[in-house]
Every structure is written in C-alpha cells, then in structure tokens.
Design a protein around this ligand. Sequence first.
Ligand code: FBP
Length: 552
Amino acid sequence: MEISSLQKARYAYTPKLPQMLRGGIAEINVLEGAETKSVADCEKIQALFPNTYGKKEIVFQKGQNTSTPKKQVVGVILSGGQAPGGHNVICGLYDALKSTNPENVLYGFKNGPIGLIEDNYVIFDDEYIDQYRNTGGFDIIGSGRTKLETNEQFAIVSEVCKKHGITAIVIIGGDDSNTNAAVLAEYFAANNTGVQVIGCPKTIDGDLKNEDIDCSFGFDTATKTYSEIIGNIERDANSAKKYWHFVKVMGRSASHVALECALKTQPNICLISEEVAAKKMSLSQIADYITDSVAERAARGMNFGVAVIPEGVVEFVPEFAILIAEINELLAGSKADAFNALPTWAEKYAFIENGLTKASMEVFAILPQGIQQQLFLERDPHGNVQVSLIESEKLFSALVADKLAARKKAGTYSGKFSPLHHFLGYEGRCAFPSNFDADYCYSLGYNAFMLIQYGYNGYLSKISNLSKPASEWVAGGMPITKMMNIERRHGEDKPVIKKALVELDGKPFKFFEANRETWAIETSYVYPGAIQYYGPSEVCDITTRTLALEKE
Ligand code: FBP
C-alpha cells in the first residue's frame, strides 16, 4: 500500500503519556478516592444501577503494581461519528495490554456496536496495529451508529463474550455510547458475567465534557483543521476584497466548534446557537445582526467578510423549532402521501399554507425556496424534517441579501454583497490527530487497560489537567454513573450523561462576547495555518483556546 511521507513519519511518533503512566506497567499503582454520587437524581440513578452506583473515583500513581495477574481478553468498539485519535486509543490499549502480558488478546469488533452483536471482529497483532499508529480515521475497524441499549442485545453480547472468553469491553464513543456503556456494565454486574466495561470520551462536537472530562478527544484536531481553512478563507477575503463567506461548521447541536474556531480566527460574525436560544432570537433578528456588520463594513469600503454559522443553529431559533414541529405534524402518517402526490410546487405550497398556523407560515414565507423545499424533501425514516441537512449558511446569506436590498431601497446602504458558501464537517473528522489528540488518545487507551487490569467496571477512562503539558496530566477513572442525571427522551425518563452546551457565563463565550463588536466591523482576522506535528512545543502541542480559557 502507498503511504504518504507524513504517514510514514507519524508511525514513528511516540505519544506522550502522563508521568504516572510512564516507566512500565509494574510501576503503576492505584489510589482510591471518595465514593461518588451522580450529579443529579441520585436516588433514581442508584435504583437503576444498584451494582455499579456509588463506586470510588480513582487516580493512578507511581508505585508497586498490585493488580491481580489474570489473562485479559479485551474487545474494543468505535461508536458514532469519526474523531481524530480513535486509532491511538486502540494503539494505547493494545500496547498496555501486550506489555502487561504478551498472552493477552485484543479483539476489535467491526463497524461499531453492531460488530458485537454480529460477532464480526479482527484480532489485533503488531503488524495490524502498526499501520494505524498516530493516523486519523476509524478505518482500523470501522464505526457505526447502532445503539447497544436493550436487554436482548446485552444477552447476545454476553454470549459473544462467553464464546471468546472476553473479560472486558472498551467502548469509544460520545455521551449516548458512554451512557449505554454504563447500562451494559450494570447488566454484566447484575448477571455475574465477570465482564467489565470501560468507556472513552469521543466526539469532535466537544459537548461531552463536565467536571470530570476536560474535553472529548477529536475536538482539538477538528477545530484546528476548520480554523486553518477559515483562516485561509479570511486571508483570501482580505486579498480579493469582494466576497462575504458564510461558513457552516459541524457540531450537531452545541456551538463549541464554532466558538473555538471564532476564538482562533476572529471572523466578523460567529453565531452561537445557545445565545440565539437564550435571547429567543428570530431569523429576522439574526439576519439583522449579520446585515449590520455587512453594511458597516461596506460603509468603510470593505465589501467582504467571514461569518461562521454553527451546524445546529436553526433548531435553537424558537419560531423555527415551532415551524419544524408543525411540518412534522402536517406530514404525519398518510398525510405525507397526499402531499407527495401533488404534482407541482405551487400546489404543495397551497397545501402547506393551509396546514400551518399564521405565525409559522410567516416564518416559512421568508425562507428561500430552496430551503422551503428542503424542509419537505429531506425527511428521516420516521418522517421528520432532517434539520441537520438544512443549508443554514445559504439561508442566512439569502436573508441578509433581502435585508440589504431593503436598505438599498431605503437609501441606507450602497455596498456590494457577493456571498459564497462553505460547509466544514467531514473534512476535519479524520485528519491526522494533532500531537495533543495523539497523546491524549493514546493515554486514554493505555489508561483504559489499567482500569481493566485493576478490575474496574462501568468506569470512564479519565485523563485530566489537559491544559498543562502531558507530563502533568492526571490519569485515573470515574464511575460513569457519577456523570448521569435523568432526562426526558422520546417521552420516557432515561438515565443519561448530560450534553454540555456552550455556557453563556463561561470564560470562552465571555471572551468572544467582549471582542466580537470589534471583529464585526474591523478586519481582525487571525490565520492559524495548518496543524504542525514537528517543531517547537508552543507551535505543536498547544490545545484549544476553549480549554485554556476554561482553566485560566
Ligand atoms: P458523534 O456525536 O457521534 O461524535 O458525531 C458527531 C458528528 O460529527 C456531528 O458533528 C455531525 O452532526 C454528525 O456527527 C454527522 O453524522 P453522520 O456522520 O452520521 O453524517
């Protein structure tokens, strides 16, 4: 297989471990801390997790390894969307497992959680693992979005574990996957299977964080990749001086990715969905906000700019959320067939006009026709509008164009407005992990094996103090139940790990808020450039602005 020279060089990179995990397995000792309780709804969570609730948090320290020698057969899965560094979690896990006992075995179950159900796996060896060290992607075993959540599935997984003599499962995933890891751990404990479950925090979205998780892996590399491109676009805009670029960035609901990119590149505009929701902003108000920047810059002779739009923003606009709910209702069940049978868009439009409330129709009417049609064409298997597919970058530029046309008519604006559109998402999810993600992920995997070796079940592999150099990172474990609360999901009360949205009183947002007025009018662009893998530590090893500000 042909490989790039960077890939070859990255094979030789040695990820940095926290000090307490360096120097060999024989010197890793465990220090137990206090018993834990969940962040909320303690009684309910305890009742749901009688065997795994309330366990002690732990940290590793240098000292005599006191774990019980035992042959370990571990299974690992990657779950959900790709995030840079996933391969290194598996490499760290493999290295720790093999250096503890060369007889230990690591199974990789393929294509996500479904691999455990279908008993579809590969057994790792050095040759296989070495092709994936410090590389991006999840192609080492593939990933998938099947959820492991029912007792029927758990019973199948138990059988698969029994068949291979598996002693532990490592689940690398986001908030839902780690929630399911806790449920599986409880099932294994309740049924005395002896199989342990350890979770690892993954997602480029950055919304899996709390007092125990500094950040999920992949966020650093993905935001550096998007910021490089945004910076390049800014420089192009500032060179050509003729385009307004509307850049949508991934991140599903939360705006951590958009905010981090804004902190790194200082664009003219960055919308933050959580603020839109808090201020109950309408589409028209958001468009006015962007239009003010376009008009003010035009008045100063700058008919160019850059606006960053978080992927999930429209869901946070209250009037838009109501519109979506009404459309879902309008097309529920067989009503969709009647709608689809209408031959022309004009007839469909009349059907819509008839079915929506006046308020929602007013919102619908201001949307560009392409977006209107998208709302009715792109529906998920349950018949619901797929909000994530809405091209919000085009929506906002069209709304701004309308506002500018009105201002031109009124004689208050005389600039030129030529918008261009970009969507940055998949480009960042499989990049070569930055040194930070390569080190963090390797440490997460290595540490996960230490938790297995010391017999922990239902724990999250926890590496903290991440704003400091890797040698000062702290390795340990936290019962997943500690991070859980009860939330209403699909009409039922469920124990889940809380998703972290951008906190409007948090330091990263406050910093952005304090500077954005200047950025909106002046050209304050910062060009971060490409991720650097080799060179001075302050260029290669520094993680996100978000984490630095949070830990200030
Ligand atoms: P995870 O939450 O599974 O990490 O996935 C995050 C994400 O990359 C979102 O940012 C994005 O909205 C979504 O996945 C895209 O999903 P898909 O890969 O299924 O198109």
